[in-house]
Structure formats: C-alpha cells, structure tokens
Design a protein around this ligand. Structure first.
Ligand SMILES: [Zn+2]
Length: 116
C-alpha cells in the first residue's frame, strides 16, 4: 500500500494547503513508508491555528494504491482523509476493492443478512 498523490481543494488558503501537505508527507525508511511528522508534532505545531480551523470544512485526501484486492486480485485506489482512517484500514483483516465491496453488499442484501 503506497501513497500516490494528495488532493487539496485549490481554493484553500496556501498556508492551509501546505499544512495538509505536511500532514500527509511521507518518507521511506528501509523500505517502509511512514509519516514525516508524528501526530503529536503536528498538533503541537498547528493546534489552535486558523489553518486547523479551515480544515474542518475543507476537502482534502491522500490517494493510496493498494497492491491487490483480496477478492479479485486487482490493484485499486483508496481515498484517505485522516491518519486514523489509514491505520484502521491497514489493520483491517479483509482488504477488498470498492467493486467487490458493492458486490458483496448487494449479495448480502439479496440473501437477507448483513455481516456485523
Ligand atoms: Zn476486488
């Protein structure tokens, strides 16, 4: 799973755009991709800033490329809005693409049950 690109609403203030870039900035150490700034460092720097406030309504995300769907084996892209969403995804036991997810959901509906 690799970060491909970061999307930030271009109408946002430049400082806020830079802050989002820093939030998602990654470095690769011994082949493992990680964030440049820790969540703590980041908060310390931007807590109570107007940029942080801007983010509440801003549109931004990082696009991640996932090597393969566990169901159809195709690679796919994933939009990530926050680090917690990313870590939840990394820890998820079953990683499948949206196409398979939709198919699975409709099959479950058809069969009359849902996985909790
Ligand atoms: Zn799939």
């Amino acid at each position: 799973m690799k970060q491909k690109e970061i999307y930030i609403d271009p109408s946002l203030n430049l400082e806020t755009q830079r802050m989002v870039e820093k939030y998602f900035a990654i470095k690769t150490v011994v082949g493992i991709e990680g964030f440049v700034y820790s969540e703590g460092e980041f908060l310390k720097r931007y807590k109570n800033s107007y940029m942080m406030n801007d983010l509440r309504t801003a549109s931004f995300y990082a696009i991640y490329q996932v090597d393969h769907c566990e169901n159809c084996r195709q690679s796919y892209e994933l939009l990530i809005n926050s680090r917690s969403q990313l870590s939840n995804y990394i820890q998820a036991s079953h990683k499948i693409c949206n196409t398979c997810l939709c198919y699975q959901a409709s099959t479950e509906n058809f069969l009359g049950y849902r996985m909790k």
